[in-house]
Design a protein around this ligand. Structure first.
Ligand SMILES: [Zn+2]
Length: 296
């Protein structure tokens, strides 16, 4: 389904809240639970005084249309060096004999700068550069709820926020994807590709894969294992199977694609079972892509 949101003066004045709401309405996702992966830059000009205000305008457009929003708010900044027990975790894309301590020391220094030595769901720190501006802004908004995962939390806002994230735990990182499906939710790619679609890592789990383990410190100062996803650089290979499921709109300069979460999970996990190499990236040295196939 194609719908084009166009105005003669679009490039002159930029997109407004009205443009976003009419796109959401036209796509038929008003009132739905929506997981968003967004490149704000892809939209072109937005009628807002700052990028933060532009992000807030997009978020509020979804909320005003009765949607609940779910976004990844990952924070690998809280990762700590693997404990000695890490050597007993097989196929974990980690060479435990060759740990880069300097990197972990650097993360400790950053956390100290922000005076947040460990993660809690109340923390608003995240990996800004990887996550982008929309999750960063959503995490600052009143009423948001962040899942309890030190490295890979999801954050939600809106009526179903609590249901979406409350079951997330360090050893159940993709619980919000399961809840998204349970709530009959949709996934939106707003100017980004399949490599950003967290749901595809959940599809890997559904296909029987164990994901990866990294470590973080809890509030008691203990080092705890946490489930994380692997490499997603090859996920564009799902395009021939998932593109037919998309509802599409052009908003400003951005391609918005929306998918029923359950349909994506079902189709992608079946594909992974049938052709496990579909998730592989192009880098022959990628330890994640090597180990995710060698688990058997
Ligand atoms: Zn890879």
């Amino acid at each position: 389904m194609w719908s084009v949101i166009e105005k003669d003066d679009l490039m002159m004045n930029g997109l407004t809240s009205h443009d976003f709401r009419s796109a959401i309405h036209t796509l038929g996702i008003s009132g739905r639970v929506v997981c968003l992966h967004t490149s704000l830059r892809s939209f072109g000009r937005i009628q807002a005084p700052s990028p933060d205000m532009a992000a807030k305008m997009v978020i509020n457009a979804f909320l005003d249309e009765g949607c609940t929003l779910l976004v990844p708010t990952f924070s690998r900044i809280f990762e700590v060096a693997p404990p000695p027990s890490a050597m007993f975790v097989p196929h974990n894309a980690l060479d435990t004999r060759n740990i880069n301590q300097l990197w972990y020391d650097y993360l400790v220094a950053i956390r100290s700068d922000y005076q947040t030595p460990h993660f809690t769901p109340q923390t608003t720190l995240l990996d800004v550069r990887d996550m982008g501006i929309l999750p960063t802004v959503l995490l600052q908004m009143d009423g948001h709820i962040r899942g309890n995962h030190p490295l890979m939390s999801f954050t939600a806002i809106g009526d179903h926020a609590e249901t979406l994230v409350k079951s997330q735990q360090p050893d159940d990182g993709y619980a919000p994807m399961r809840e998204l499906i349970g709530l009959n939710g949709v996934v939106g790619l707003l100017g980004v590709g399949y490599e950003r679609m967290s749901l595809l890592h959940y599809a890997e789990k559904l296909a029987g894969r164990r994901l990866f383990i990294r470590w973080a410190m809890n509030a008691d100062g203990e080092i705890i294992p946490a489930e994380v996803g692997g490499c997603s650089n090859g996920f564009e290979k799902f395009a021939p199977y998932l593109n037919p499921l998309a509802k599409v709109a052009i908003v400003g300069k951005s391609l918005w694609r929306f998918y029923e979460a359950e349909d994506v999970a079902t189709r992608a996990s079946a594909r992974i079972k049938q052709t496990p190499t579909i998730t592989q990236c192009d880098n022959p040295a990628c330890a994640f892509c090597r180990d995710v196939l060698s688990q058997k």
